[in-house]
Design a protein around this ligand. Structure first.
Ligand code: ADP
Ligand code: ZN
Ligand code: ZN
Length: 740
């Protein structure tokens, strides 16, 4: 009869059901990675036995407590466990040998990710596998493998296999040809700094074509920040490679796929059927056994950083993965991250230069004039405008002229809703969210007050809840209001065909319904919209051919944000937005970007006017160096959430004190301590969200290795402390955090 017993295995309390049969003579000991809770302090791998050899990387089903779970064999000839543990080691339940083992390169990547971002190996490994794989039996898996990828896994419909005639390839520009030659000559990581419209995507396509042609197994991974905002990228890869390699060769991988689609995509990548995987950050951990090239498009985009669980940067992992797999890596952007820019600096006196090779493509394809096709930038000094002006008269005039000529305009406002704050003109009541340190935003469309940080949504009060005053005022403006405003202002403008101006809005609210984003984008592309109002969603990726005017309505907040990356982000946003204008060479010469600001002499705006990314980056990097900020130092954050700030900060303080005391006792870590600064615990920039108080503590070091060693030594201390601080709801370490 089976007997329950509890054993302690490497500090992990394990409920095992002891099997009555003693282990047979010939036994293979396996170290297996199993799904472990994030903060459970479980050993990285658990021991199992098998009476036949199982290769490392094999997927297996193993008993864990009373459950049977999916696991990955990490080491296949592990040393025999100590004698008194032997009887407790359970056999592997099944080996999924219909699937080839996961490669050593993949395991190294997962191992690195777990260690670097301070998470459990099992959590990272299992999160990188499609969830449906967990429940599949050997037979179900075999059926899946025989089935073709369903067309539903694709984001766009395509003509039948190989039937599409391939259009002739464009003749490469000088700059494209030079970049491709450089990439063909060398291995390693390249930073492709190309203006919007300089033909970066064409370079990705050609580099991919080369990689695929060189080896019939080769695979290419293309990462994109948000697949919904860049459907054109997938369409272009499909149009180029489906005729050559068939409809199954190009697949998408992102979190909007159904579980079944995700499994199919993963299997296609793992078996090598997929030659090109185009996906969001999660795809960086996909199994691709013959990876030859990784492209990271819009490499500066913050959405490459995962914000929960293992907080990895897919861009950084792509570079590491390229190194592990011997694959080339192309990081592409018109506005590279300052990290990548610094990492690609050319050698200079006393500096051997960065590890990436920088390749520039400043000219837009087919642009006339100075070759950049860069729109003229106008700054409107809002200090000189009447109070409360939403759109200054000269800007409105310019918009009206464009509309009358049949050209399109983009108006960018990074705030959704109608007004950010509602307030009582009498008693001073305002729409502060009761659960967050934020205001509830007034949404006029459904007459709600909504907090954008927690789920709270309430009907707009008819009168002040405090004093009954019915005269409630609004502070600030959001996209809903901007849309309403521009519709009214353009009321008497007629288009050349005599019709009225057509205004549309794209933001998270307007595109919540299934297909709404696609249909609005399609209307814009079809020229059925004259003025498009939106948040940063409209500044990304889309190639709007007839847009000749782009305006940033109120970008000033970001100039004074406490987040040290805010200027970098604003500059990127404005450059990207400007890049939407004048894509059509025929209209290009006349395109404009307008910026409404109270800071028209700000160096960032001067650099924007001059279309000078290099100048902006030089200035910003000098500031970062002086202030001791990344990329010149390395950061990690410890965050904690509790019912009170005090409880959250107490935990952080204890973590810091205990860490310093314990690390000082060990000669090895004591040596590192002076190289790592522990800053005091402070409330987060937004201290309260959904009723939880949030605090954080910054760690900083000039040495990544020193910081890593200290973080690793810190983990067991944090786990132990967590048990003492019962008030802590959540805690996490964020390595290379985006916002501090
Ligand atoms: P980016 O990705 O840098 O914004 P794209 O690759 O989208 O630029 O190129 C911009 C436009 O120019 C696209 O419509 C593309 O088809 C076109 N294009 C790119 N390279 C060439 C070329 N060598 N000759 C002609 N047109 C090109
Ligand atoms: Zn009131
Ligand atoms: Zn809230």
């Amino acid at each position: 009869m089976a007997r329950h017993c509890q054993i302690k295995h490497l500090g992990f309390e394990l409920n095992v059901i002891q099997s009555p049969d003693t282990p047979p003579g010939a036994c293979h000991w396996l170290s297996i990675v199993v799904p472990t809770p994030a903060h459970s302090n479980v050993a990285q791998t658990l021991s199992y036995r098998s009476d036949r050899p199982v290769p490392a990387g094999a997927l297996v089903r193993v008993p864990l407590g009373r459950r049977e779970v999916l696991g990955v064999v990490w080491q296949n000839d592990a040393p025999a466990p100590v004698a008194d543990l032997l009887p407790h080691i359970r056999p592997v339940a099944a080996v999924l040998d219909a699937l080839a083992p996961l490669s050593a390169e993949w395991r190294k990547l997962i191992d690195f990710t777990a260690r670097y971002y301070q998470r459990a190996l099992g959590e990272v490994a299992l999160a990188a596998l499609p969830p449906q794989l967990r429940g599949l039996s050997q037979a179900q898996l075999a059926r899946r493998l025989n089935r073709k990828t369903t067309p539903a896994a694709k984001a766009s419909a395509l003509p039948a296999d190989g039937a599409a005639p391939s259009p002739p390839l464009p003749v490469l520009t000088e700059e494209q040809a030079r970049a491709l030659r450089a990439m063909a000559r060398e291995a390693g990581t390249f930073l492709l700094h190309g203006a919007t419209g300089s033909g970066k995507t064409e370079v990705y396509l050609r580099a991919s074509a080369d990689a695929l042609a060189q080896n019939p197994q080769a695979q290419v991974l293309v990462l994109t920040p948000e697949i919904n905002l860049t459907p054109q990228l997938l369409a272009r890869f499909e149009a180029r490679f489906v005729p050559l390699y068939g409809a199954e060769a190009v697949i998408a991988m992102h979190s909007a796929l159904t579980p079944a689609q995700r499994l199919n995509s993963w299997l296609a990548a793992h078996t090598g059927r997929a030659r090109i995987v185009l996906g969001t950050r999660m795809a960086v951990l996909a199994s691709m056994p013959a990876l030859a090239l990784i492209v990271v498009d819009e490499e500066h985009d913050p959405s490459y950083k995962q914000q929960e669980g293992a907080r990895y940067s897919a861009r950084d992992l792509a570079v590491l993965r390229g190194h592990l797999a011997g694959a080339k890596v192309i990081l592409g952007s018109a506005t590279p991250s300052l990290e990548s820019w610094h990492q690609s600096r050319p050698a200079a006196d006393g500096d051997s230069g960065g590890r990436y090779r920088r390749l520039g493509m400043p000219r837009r394809v087919g642009a006339a004039g100075d070759g950049t096709g860069w729109p003229r930038v106008h700054c409107v000094d809002m200090n000189l405008q009447p109070r409360g002006t939403l759109i200054a008269a000269p800007l409105l005039d310019a918009i009206a002229q464009r509309v009358a000529r049949g050209q399109q305009c983009l108006l960018l406002l990074n705030r959704r809703g109608y007004a950010p704050v509602l307030q009582c003109t009498d008693c001073g009541w305002n729409s502060a969210c009761p659960h967050c340190s934020a205001f509830q935003v007034f949404h006029k469309a459904d007459r709600t007050l909504r907090c954008h940080h927690c789920a709270l949504s309430q009907p707009v009060p008819r009168a002040c809840p405090e004093c009954g005053n019915t005269d409630l005022g609004m502070l600030g403006q959001g996209t809903e209001q901007l849309e309403e405003h521009i519709v009214r202002l353009l009321g008497d403008i007629t288009r050349s065909d005599g019709g009225a101006a057509r205004v549309a809005r794209i933001d998270a609210d307007a595109t919540r319904a299934q297909g709404a984003l696609q249909s609005r984008m399609a209307a814009m592309h079809a020229g059925e919209v004259d003025v498009l109002v939106g948040t940063q969603m409209i500044a990304k990726g889309h190639d709007f051919r007839r847009v000749t005017l782009v305006a940033a309505i109120n970008p000033d907040n970001a100039l004074f944000s406490s987040d040290f990356r805010a200027p970098e982000r604003l500059f990127a946003l404005l450059m990207q937005a400007a890049g939407r204008a004048g894509r059509d060479a025929a209209l290009g010469a006349a395109s404009e970007m307008w910026v409404q600001t109270r800071q028209s002499a700000h160096p960032l705006l001067l650099a924007l006017r001059a279309h000078d990314f290099d100048g902006f980056a030089r200035h910003a990097l000098a500031e970062r160096q002086q202030a001791g900020l990344p990329p010149f130092v390395h950061l990690a954050l410890l965050r904690a959430e509790a019912r009170t700030q005090e409880a959250a900060q107490d935990f952080l303080r204890a973590a810091s004190d205990t860490a310093r005391a314990q690390l000082a006792e060990d000669a090895e870590t004591a040596r590192l301590l002076p190289r790592v600064t522990f800053y005091p615990a402070v409330p987060m920039a937004m201290p309260r969200v959904a009723g939880m108080e949030r605090a954080q503590m910054l760690l900083e070091s000039p040495s990544r290795a020193a910081l890593q060693r200290v973080l690793a030594a810190w983990q067991p201390i944090l786990h132990a402390l967590r048990a003492q601080h019962r008030g802590i709801a959540r805690w996490a370490v964020d390595v290379d955090p985006l916002a501090v």
